[in-house]
Design a protein around this ligand. Sequence first.
Ligand SMILES: Cc1cc2nc3c(=O)[nH]c(=O)nc-3n(C[C@H](O)[C@H](O)[C@H](O)COP(=O)(O)O)c2cc1C
Length: 330
Amino acid sequence: MVELLRKLKRALVAWRERAKVRSEAARAFRYDERQFMQNAGALHLDRKAAARAEIVMGYHVLEKGLTMPRRRLGFGKGAVVHLVNLIGSFERRFGTDDSQVRHAVAVLRAYRELHSESPDPMPRLDAFLAAHPDVPAADEPHVKRSDFFEAKEAPFPQFAASRHVCRHFAGPVPAETIKSAVELALTAPSACNRQHARVHVIDDSGLRDRLFAAQGGTRGFGSDADKVLVVTSDLSAVRWGWERHDCYVNGGIFVMNLCYALHYFGVAHCILHWSVSPEVDRAAHEFLGIPPNEAIVQVIACGMPPEEFDVAASPRLAVSDVLTWHGGEK
Ligand SMILES: Cc1cc2nc3c(=O)[nH]c(=O)nc-3n(C[C@H](O)[C@H](O)[C@H](O)COP(=O)(O)O)c2cc1C
């Protein structure tokens, strides 16, 4: 009888604990939804930061086009017009003093220079560039493999600065190298050392193509990838409702470490978003055989790099753009 009462008490405590987590999680997701609706750039393009982000995405599309493995002239005509319009609108509203917007102009000039021999006239782009005479063409580096990986043994500042995504793949990555990179990535910190991250290696071109078709961010280079690493985060490690972002935070930290590890081992890799609809996410879980308790955090295309290739410049914001002091030093 006493034992039965003890069991009942334990079951009641566990039930109350689960009810608390459910109610906290529901409250937290409602809070996230409100925060998203009130602030996501896509819903507030009148704000400067959102307008800038749209321009960065616009120039990034062209930078990718400029540095693709099988670049063909005349690509991205619609993207050029769109970017010219976005920059015009930004400058009218917020002025011209913005390093990322200047880089967008520089990418447009690089695009125009690449097409200098093109028989197709580009009067709109020419007029736009004539109005920005002080912005030179962006430099999208063409590098030798040995130079790209030269800093892999260098002190961290040089090593970190040398890592970039590479969308040029020329050969298979040995399984041992993947294992070594994952082992190194396991040095990533995680909340209470719960180590949420898992890695699924997609080593089958059919599955790769299906995954990339669903993901949508690999046009022009995805079919060259030798392997795809799908980084997931095990929701089993989540302990309470407020931890609703933890699988992505811990998974994201692991992804960064894995990218550094791949770079260290000389593997070309490109991080790919997993911002997909619930239907696509569910389908990918099924056709890849990923258990439902693992949330897909990120996808990484990889392969061994060719002898030479192009890298998108992707310039960074200034420290002053991202650093805010709250009291103390300035
Ligand atoms: C979360 C995330 C999602 C990304 N998604 C894509 C993608 O779908 N396709 C792609 O070609 N690059 C993608 N990238 C690569 C970025 O474009 C690249 O990291 C960025 O431009 C900075 O360049 P760098 O990594 O060479 O320094 C992604 C990067 C991150 C971090």
